[in-house]
Write a protein that binds this ligand. Structure first.
Ligand code: BTN
Length: 283
């Protein structure tokens, strides 16, 4: 693997206290690495994981120069406008059932959708707790307020090397400068919603604590509790009219919830379709 970014930058005041607390043996994360600027925090976390970094190692950056979104998109990541954080997750326990936490790996029918669902619940709960905003989840894992995107989650897994792990990356718009102006009609930020700034460090600490708590539940095989919470946080996963691009063109249907693996079920004129990855649009 190529090298990690050479030098962490000086920590901005709004993150300094939280980072110091997190590194001071809070019991949540074994390591929180901070960088002023990186390509993508997911890449840095993956490099650390390849070198053996333990479960819940976190990487935080003030700015990303090659931030990645889902489906090959760019995640706009200007300095200080958002929270850009990635967490290393490792299988912690073999649990029985068709999908286990140990099955983390690339490709369909692995634990990755469940890891993504778990991360969605964790980040949604954390942001709700810190901001008291009515944040909901749009399948698979966007955090939205009134159909405007507030945050995105990118889960990437590796099971090919000596170490098996997943990296979950979270990008939260703190200020409207976090997204390009042309996204203004479909994106929002914490500051725009609240009409004031809030402590980014507190949000970071709450997010990491929530990821620890919810992945513990996953490791303990409490999949139903996680799916139940996800369903409550994602009201549009049931009864919403949606469309998406299938191999034969645009398909329309009405959402019917998620199944036990985190796949979205949509009733179409040809029956119920099971979507494991991709993007749906509300219509
Ligand atoms: C999406 O909604 O498309 C997912 C966006 C994920 C963005 C975060 S920011 C931190 C981490 N590093 C990245 O390069 N991407 C994720």
């Amino acid at each position: 693997m190529s090298d990690l970014p050479p030098r962490p930058g000086s920590v901005p005041p709004d993150l300094a206290e939280a980072l110091a607390r997190l590194r001071g043996g809070s019991g949540v994360c074994p390591e929180v690495a901070y960088f002023a600027s990186v390509g993508s925090t997911n890449d840095v976390a993956a490099r650390l994981a390849d070198r053996g970094a333990p479960h819940l190692t976190a990487v935080v950056a003030e700015q990303q120069t090659a931030g990645r979104g889902r489906m090959g998109r760019t995640w706009f990541s200007p300095p200080g406008a958002g929270l850009y954080v990635s967490v290393v997750l490792r299988p912690v326990k073999i649990v029985p059932g068709p999908i286990t936490f140990l099955e983390i790996g690339p490709g369909p029918n692995t634990g990755v959708p469940l890891v993504t669902v778990t991360a969605g619940v964790a980040f949604a709960e954390a942001v709700r707790a810190c901001t008291h905003l009515p944040v909901t989840i749009k399948w698979p894992n966007d955090l939205v307020i009134d159909r405007r995107k507030l945050a995105g989650i990118l889960t990437e897994a590796s099971a090919t090397g000596e170490f098996e792990y997943a990296v979950v990356g979270f990008g939260l718009n703190m200020r409207s400068a976090a997204y390009p102006p042309e996204f203004a009609d479909r994106a929002t930020s914490v500051e725009a919603e609240l009409g004031r700034a809030i402590d980014r460090g507190a949000v970071l600490a709450q997010c990491l604590a929530a990821v620890a708590q919810w992945t513990d539940l996953l490791g303990a095989g409490k999949v139903d509790a996680i799916l139940d919470r996800w369903r409550t946080l994602a009201p549009t996963a049931r009864g919403a009219e949606v469309e998406w691009s299938g191999p034969a063109g645009v398909v329309r249907g009405v959402t019917e919830g998620i199944d036990h693996d985190g796949a979205l079920l949509v009733r179409t004129e040809n029956g119920v379709e099971r979507i494991i990855a991709g993007e749906i649009k509300w219509v």
